[in-house]
Design a protein. Structure first.
Length: 131
């Protein structure tokens, strides 16, 4: 494959693009006897957030089947509109209420939550802003 610069006078060889083998990426849990203990610890963490055990296991399965998540986050002027909603804990931490907010506050909270879940699952995630 040859590449020409904008001046058109210089040519050089580019190596062919090579995709990594994602059958067993390095970010998965180690293949040791600790794997079960690590998985169980993470299942407990998800359960503490309200996830049933079966759904927690599904999250880990999906992280392996889909090794990369890409989010495109809107950052346009419409994000200042106040038609968004957030979940807020009440003084009784077992109850949650929905409050109005800007679209930006809503997406910010959503992105932070998904970044935390991605970290827990060790699932690479890319967030990009769309302007």
């Amino acid at each position: 494959m040859h590449h020409e610069t904008t001046s058109g006078t210089e040519q050089y060889e580019l190596p062919p693009p090579i995709a990594p083998n994602l059958k067993e990426p390095s970010f998965y849990l180690p293949k040791t006897s600790e794997k079960g203990a690590l998985l169980e610890k993470k299942l407990v963490q998800l359960h503490a957030q309200g996830f049933p055990r079966g759904l927690s296991k599904s999250l880990f399965f999906n992280a392996k089947e889909f090794p990369l998540r890409i989010w495109v986050v809107d950052n346009s002027g419409s994000m200042t509109n106040t038609d968004g909603h957030r979940f807020v804990e009440t003084s009784n931490s077992k109850k949650i209420k929905v409050v109005s907010c800007t679209r930006w506050a809503e997406i910010k909270e959503t992105v932070l939550y998904h970044a935390e879940i991605s970290a827990l699952l060790q699932a690479p995630t890319i967030f990009r802003a769309r302007v």
